[in-house]
Design a protein around this ligand. Sequence first.
Ligand code: SF4
Length: 400
Amino acid sequence: MSTDTSRPLPLLALGAGTDLRTERGVECPGDLPPASDPALVARARAAKERLGDKVFVLGHHYQRDEVIEFADVTGDSFKLAKEAAARPDSPWIVFCGVHFMAESADILTSDAQTVILPDLAAGCSMADMAAIAQVEDCWEQLEEAGIAADTIPVTYMNSSAAIKAFTGRHGGTICTSSNAKTALSWAFSQAGDGQVEGGTGKVLFLPDQHLGRNTWARDLGGSLEDCVVWDPHRPMGGLTLEQLREARMILWRGHCSVHGRFTVEAVEQARREIPGVKVIVHPECRHEVVELADEVGSTEKIIKTIAAAPAGTRWVVGTELNLVQRLGEQFPDQQIAFLEKNVCYCSTMNRIDLPHLVWALESLDSGRVVNPIVVDEQVAHYARVALDQMLALPGETHRD
Ligand code: SF4
């Protein structure tokens, strides 16, 4: 292995391989202002003002307050990518979110726009759990077993562009946490039987096993017995041919390292300690947690549900902490608590901080584009096929 560190390392596309020499993007190739600089807010404001309409800043709901303050629009990943595409006059899109989101924005925006991720180390552990080589390998095994022909891939937005492209190449669709039910129903209608109950059609759901399982069992009324989990680290996913033949949902063994940590005990404790509490969680949570919740939904649904609730409503919320804290500030007439004391911020979302944002904006202001995210053309083409399929789902325009 080479130890030459003089040359900058290229950013590896998510899931495309292993960076043996260093953690991806930990080094910032520039003059990052110190976090202690008291002028950071003023510097960000000034740089943004000087850049004017040339820059459009997107802020995911899970970003820190100090970053959200500078976002021109906030939302979930798909909403943000569409917002960027709807502003072709802004050549620079600064995406305050994680890598797969910036990839999706690059895919959906025009060639004249450049998407910038202020810190390349802002990845997503869930997206990283499905590497393209593993997914191709899985598909090959399903083909050899005579199962792939009856199987449609459905891939969550939280995935690398390469996995989205795989989905497009194999006639599948992307889904969000808002439209996963519609996406699954469509996929089953394509998978051989047109029925949710009975038949042989299958879905390979990538990469979040929890969203797949929750949507199947909770929204479509499917049986948990029809779900199997494909472990990419074991031959045949650790499954027998019989298990695969009988399954309806082949769930990739991936999960969100934040939402996967909420527990049944935390829900029970909240119900014991807060009279009349309502529990609202994201569908990336484990099935047993989702089963106990009063409400389940995407970040946008969580925000809208709380916004619409009467004053005095008591909530515990199972989603990323930055968002929950902000909800507490925005709706002071409601009592809003975080579901789990042992869960912390999404560490990769939190990589985007004010120093990185200032660095990205000031670099643009001096004519230097830093950390551009550029998806390979072939990959982008097939990823767009899968994203377009999502937009073409029956009765579906993207709902937040
Ligand atoms: S919250 Fe979970 S799914 Fe979202 S970026 Fe963090 S690890 Fe990925």
